[in-house]
Design a protein around this ligand. Structure first.
Ligand code: HEC
Ligand code: HEC
Length: 325
């Protein structure tokens, strides 16, 4: 944080220096110096000021909650049924929150801001067993982290799929928390989050969204099984929209978000067994093995046949939309 503010001050100083240069050039006796100097220095001064403003905005977005959140009515008793139901939902957390790709959810071994690209910082998915930060978090704070994307420290989370989890019902949220707390305690603490000024710049420019969501008002009820509403609920609360778009008409490749095809053009042409096969075996109706980009194994573990059928009912009934550009 301190280093980011130092960088910010440095950029501000550069902006002032170029502004002063532009002023000096303006007073020059030579026409060429005057116009070129004003143009170049002025332009650079403006660029540095813009960078400063956007990065400062990003630092604010990264460190302060964008809304006032109320305590929701979440309290967890931890019955065996809840733990069992939560275990299935928690299959959707395994890909990020585990070193092994299996339970327990002992935290990631991967730095989500690492890799080839520009230096953005350090971000590990925390240990979600009672040996991690969980032991100091209330049920309400855990529910807020999942569904509203705000950490215990009141700071927006990054990379956490809270946009989808925002739709998770109170019942499923409670079950998940019951499961998290029922896991064996693993003592493992991945490094704390650190973000560079470049990350702040991307966040400030709106290119890298935080996970913060609007406050949840009132209870969210799981729709009854065997209905289109249940299918819609599952599609919208389990993450399909993260890759297939808010309207399920796909996300084109090339951006920050992972990209998946237009479901409104695909599933209406499928029969129920086609969709079940996709999730159970990873094969589409032509027998082609689908790519790693589609996390079907996690869904295979998380969804039972009834849930897949409900999802099919909803997806099959979608009206075809033109693919998102
Ligand atoms: C795409 C990867 C990803 C998935 C999937 C994911 N998480 Fe996270 N989660 C993260 C990362 C990264 C953080 C750390 C974010 C930060 O500190 O900014 C995090 C943080 C958290 C926190 C900590 C909040 C805090 O205050 O310390 C909780 C609780 C949590 N996740 C629960 C879950 C649960 C439950 C699931 C499954 C339903 C889940 N996550 C799925 C990546 C993920
Ligand atoms: C992490 C990103 C991601 C998530 C989450 C995701 N998908 Fe996908 N999905 C993909 C990608 C990538 C493909 C293309 C895979 C291929 O064709 O090889 C795909 C393909 C598909 C296909 C079409 C397969 C074909 O053969 O044309 C269907 C149907 C589908 N997904 C449904 C879903 C549903 C329903 C969910 C939520 C339960 C979901 N996906 C969640 C990334 C994702």
């Amino acid at each position: 944080m301190l280093i980011n503010i130092l960088f910010l001050i440095l950029i501000l100083v550069l902006a002032v220096v170029f502004a002063l240069l532009a002023r000096a050039a303006w007073r020059s006796r030579f026409r060429v110096v005057r116009w070129l100097g004003v143009l170049l220095s002025g332009l650079l001064a403006l660029v540095f000021i813009a960078v400063c403003v956007v990065a400062a905005l990003g630092l604010v977005k990264l460190n302060t909650a964008p809304y006032q959140y109320k305590a929701t009515n979440i309290s967890v008793t931890g019955t065996p049924e809840q733990v069992e139901q939560g275990a299935r939902k928690a299959e959707l957390c395994v890909g990020c929150h585990s070193t092994t790709g299996k339970f327990p959810l002992d935290g990631s071994s991967e730095n989500f801001l690492g890799g080839e690209g520009p230096p953005l910082g350090i971000l590990y998915a925390p240990n979600l067993t009672p040996g991690g930060p969980l032991k100091d978090m209330s049920d309400v704070e855990l529910a807020r982290a999942m569904r509203e994307g705000i950490g215990k420290n009141g700071r927006p989370l990054l990379v956490m799929p809270s946009k989808a989890l925002h739709n998770l019902s109170d019942e499923d949220t409670t079950a998940l928390i019951a499961f998290l707390r029922a896991q064996p305690a693993v003592e493992r603490n991945p490094p704390e989050r650190q973000t560079t000024l470049l990350a702040a710049l991307l966040v400030g420019a709106g290119l890298f969204p935080t996970s913060a969501q609007p406050p949840i008002e009132g209870p969210i009820i799981t729709p009854p099984s065997g209905t289109v509403e249940k299918g819609r609920y599952l599609v919208y609360s389990t993450g399909c929209i993260d890759c297939h778009g808010d309207n399920l008409a796909g996300i084109p490749p090339g951006g920050f978000a992972p990209s998946g095809p237009n479901l409104t053009a695909i599933v209406p042409k499928w029969n129920q067994q086609d969709l079940i096969n996709l999730f159970r075996n990873g094969k589409d109706p032509t027998g082609r093995m689908i790519s790693e980009g589609m996390p079907w194994q996690e869904y295979n573990a998380a969804l039972d046949d009834g849930e897949l059928k409900d999802m099919y009912t909803f997806l099959h009934g979608l009206e075809e939309q033109p693919a998102n550009q």
